[in-house]
Design a protein around this ligand. Sequence first.
Ligand code: DAH
Length: 337
Amino acid sequence: MREHIEQLRAVIEADLAQITNAETLEQFRLTHMVRKGTVQKLVESLRTVPVAEKPAAGSAINAFRSWVEDEFQKRKDAFEGSAGVLLVDVALPARNATRGSIHPITQTVNEIVDIFTSMGFEVADGPDVEDDTHNFEKLNFAPDHPARDMQDTFFVDSERNDLLLRTHTSSVQIRVMENMQPPIRCIMPGRVYRNEAVSARSLAEFHQVEGLYVDKGVSMADLKGTITAFAKRFYDADARFRFRTSFFPFTEPSAEVDMSCFLCKGQGCRICKHTGWLEIAGCGMVHPNVLSACGIDPEVYSGFAFGFGVERVVMMRMGIDDIRLLYQNDLRVLRQL
Ligand code: DAH
């Protein structure tokens, strides 16, 4: 028995010398200190020792076992630190924590807002549940305008036709003008709602950004300058623009702005549907009726306004052609911007 213990001691000493990190420490434990390990086997071998030798053999084995345990503990302490700090193997590859990120729509709104605030615009906000006055009437919509129809607008209460989910952020323009006197420079991002079937091209709930500038002597030239300055910073420094006449009840004259496609530079590609142009906003000079309705004298002040859909902007930037992808939380899409 003595001899056997001495042999084992040599083996264990050699193995102790091999312990240099958490892994080799664990290997040592698995070889020698578990139920079927070297030490336990030695303890069990006591059964085969003749009765007369048992006491001596027993205490030799116990001493040996304590020695192994002490040596192991010393190394364990050395690697784990006495304060119980978990052992760190700096050579192990890092475990990546999965992090959330800002949604492409929010990122895009933030970038748009940053550019306008750098040009002196303030951010303004209004309620999602609006009344007819702010969403339509003061924006110069005629009483029989089709947008006021149930087909297009979500009404909040089936008994009332004056409470609705705003169909555009233009309602915030009205709230701003009711509450401020010129000079007014505001950018108004927000959610809007329309009673539309969900498809690759449209959603019933989406985002818009509205802009408004009212002061003495504001002209169409200011409108063009502001929108092109924004678009050059946001999309493409070399972009070309065209303003097409259009109609909105709340602006006169009204226009739609096209920009040369930032991807193909006007050559024609999938993003611009091979036209070379991208429609980026609706805009115009604030209608005198709208200014008057908000208590601003149209003889003294003039202004411009613009508005555009954020989802469309995000789709163009990401090169996707199904708007629903933005709301399905597929990480491959969300990580793309
Ligand atoms: N409110 C319009 C829409 O939802 C967008 C718009 C067009 C806003 C022209 C404006 C504007 O401020 O001047 O389609």
